[in-house]
Ligand binder design. Structure first.
Ligand code: 13P
Length: 333
């Protein structure tokens, strides 16, 4: 398949991505939240539970994994990548190596992972990955973000995206503006617009094919410390921001959930898909927490809860898929 075909299949009608690529420390925090130890076996058991949920492929077209999971076998000895492939679900791989301070003592972050990336991508392709992810983090605060933070992160995102396309895979380009802070929705709008301008400028400069990539942005939303906005306002401001900054040729937009609740992440995505204005891109999801919070609560690390946890995952997938189609309703919760 060409990268264009893969990108289109991932954002096919009603479908989106499960982000299950938490690094070992991050999944450790999620497991600690339900009193489960962060061992390789527990991580495998949890990811296997998700990937073997019957009928998830009606709603989920791709799963992003961490390096360990891409190499892992399920309890019956078959590779987790093959378990997904049998369901017709594409395997994705997080290839950035996490963030570090932009400068010593700086609160701003720069994402690492370009060293040796070309070689790693070849191996990931061999292991079955067909798409990849790199996350840049932008913080809003006093005198932040700086132009330097935005442009350095944008350059690395573009270099990564080009290498991924050259390796025959679809890059997910993720510049995440964090929800942390007490900024209002208009400040988020301004920073998201500036960041996306810078990212697409670099993507053009690096010859990235926009119809063979997916953008994974934040929604335009007020900071956590600044109260809530209605879904309609979030939808209008987000789409307005994209009209100014995201070229129509981009194969698809797959939102992150960023700390929104499961229900909020559905309501906001649904409101965007319902908006009766020109939207040249598919508007879908690549949710981590908003597809998994209730699954972890249903599971609690106990084998007798596996079926309940699978049911919770199927329900979240179904409702998020409805939001992706603009047919979600909070009565479905
Ligand atoms: P959340 O949906 O929990 O923000 O995770 C998505 C993701 O992949 C962040 O990089």
């Amino acid at each position: 398949m060409t990268i264009q075909e893969i990108a289109q299949a991932i954002v096919a009608p009603g479908k989106g991505i499960l982000a299950a690529d938490e690094s070992t420390p991050t999944i450790g925090k999620r497991l600690a939240g339900i009193g489960v130890e962060n061992t390789e076996d527990n991580r495998r058991a949890y990811r296997e539970l998700l990937f073997t949920t019957d009928n998830m492929s009606e709603y989920i077209s791709g799963v992003i994994m961490y390096d360990e999971t891409l190499r892992q076998n399920g309890s019956d000895g078959s590779k987790l990548v093959e378990v997904l492939e049998k369901q017709g679900v594409f395997s994705g791989i997080k290839v950035d190596m996490g963030v570090e301070p932009l400068q010593d003592g700086s609160e701003e972050k720069i994402t690492n992972g370009l060293d040796g990336l070309e070689e790693r991508l070849k191996e990931y392709y061999e292991l079955g990955a067909r798409f990849a992810k790199w996350r840049a983090v932008i913080t809003i605060g006093e005198n932040m973000p700086t132009d330097e933070c935005i442009s350095k992160n944008a350059k690395r995102l573009a270099k990564y995206a080009k290498l991924v396309q050259d390796a025959g895979m679809v890059p997910i380009v993720e510049p995440e503006i964090l929800m942390d802070g007490d900024h209002d929705i208009d400040r988020c709008y301004e920073v998201t617009t500036n960041t996306l301008h810078s990212v697409f400028e670099e993507l053009y400069a690096h010859d990235v094919e926009l119809d063979g990539m997916l953008l994974k942005p934040n929604m335009v939303i007020p900071g956590k410390g600044s109260g809530k906005a209605s879904s309609e306002i979030i939808a209008q401001k987000t789409i307005d921001c994209f009209h100014k900054s995201v070229p129509p040729k981009t194969a698809g937009i797959v939102f992150l959930s960023g700390g929104q609740s499961e229900q909020e992440a559905c309501e906001n995505l649904d409101a965007m898909n319902r908006l009766d204005i020109e939207k040249p891109w598919e508007l879908s999801f690549s949710y981590g927490r908003a597809l998994q919070s209730s699954v972890l609560q249903a599971w609690l690390g106990k084998s007798e809860n596996i079926n309940a946890a699978k049911e919770a995952f199927l329900k979240r997938s179904k409702l998020t898929s409805a939001a992706r189609s603009g047919t979600y309703n909070s009565d479905m919760e």
